[in-house]
Design a protein around this ligand. Structure first.
Ligand code: URA
Length: 220
């Protein structure tokens, strides 16, 4: 019996033959690797320093990011900016991207409510993240939230058990998984929110110091 081609959605066919961040970003604009593009305004590709030692990965663009076309420019991005500043990290020196490059949402009245991407959608989008990481070759990757952590470290990874630990992904990157800034924003209890924000900032600081330590030998 002839083998059927895989029906799994994938962005793989949309990647350009020449791989640098500019050509990847350009090619991602027309990605139809899964169906999320149909309701999104545009692809939101990663941005930042192409030689970043530290890459931050979120889940997917939100409402503001979908409209503006840049990652982490809405409320979660504003919190991330403040935590990066508190951790002494210059946003211009890092690279920020998402596990999924299109905004998934459902209508509620006039609002577009974020909906978590499915495992199939995360897997379909993975070639873009793999290509970004292969181009940048960061020393450390910070996965923000369970979706990013599981996209990078596999479905069995448990953020609640391994938050803040340094673990290796299949490609050998050092990965630190931490909370997503949106999760911190959603916390009602002010004391808990402050504590989690401080812990998130500590994770960023730890990742940055590890990134520095890992590049230092190469600079000597
Ligand atoms: N949340 C994310 O995970 N990514 C963004 O770019 C914005 C909000």
């Amino acid at each position: 019996m002839p083998r059927r081609a895989s029906l799994d959605p994938s962005a793989a066919a949309f990647l350009p033959p020449r791989r640098d961040l500019a050509s990847l970003r350009e090619a991602s604009r027309t990605c139809e690797g899964c169906t999320l593009w149909t309701h999104a305004t545009q692809t939101v590709f990663g941005e930042g320093n192409p030689r970043a030692r530290l890459v931050l990965v979120g889940e997917q663009p939100g409402d503001a990011e979908d409209r503006l076309g840049h990652p982490f420019v809405g409320p979660a991005g504003h919190l991330l900016d403040r935590c990066l500043e508190d951790a002494g990290i210059d946003r211009d020196l890092v690279y920020i991207t998402n596990a999924v490059k299109h905004f998934k949402w459902e209508p509620r009245g006039k609002r577009r409510i974020h909906t978590r991407p499915s495992t199939r959608e995360v897997r379909a989008c993975r070639p873009w993240l793999d290509a970004e990481l292969a181009e940048i070759e960061p020393a450390v990757v910070v996965a923000m939230g369970a979706t990013a952590a599981q996209a990078i470290l596999g479905r069995t990874f448990r953020l609640t058990e391994h938050r803040g630990e340094v673990v290796a992904d299949a490609a050998g990157h050092a990965v630190i998984a931490t909370l997503h800034p949106s999760a911190i924003l959603r916390m009602d209890d002010e004391t808990r929110r402050a504590a989690e924000r401080a812990a998130f900032t500590d994770d960023l600081r730890h990742a940055a110091s590890l990134a520095l330590a890992r590049v230092a030998p190469a600079l000597r």
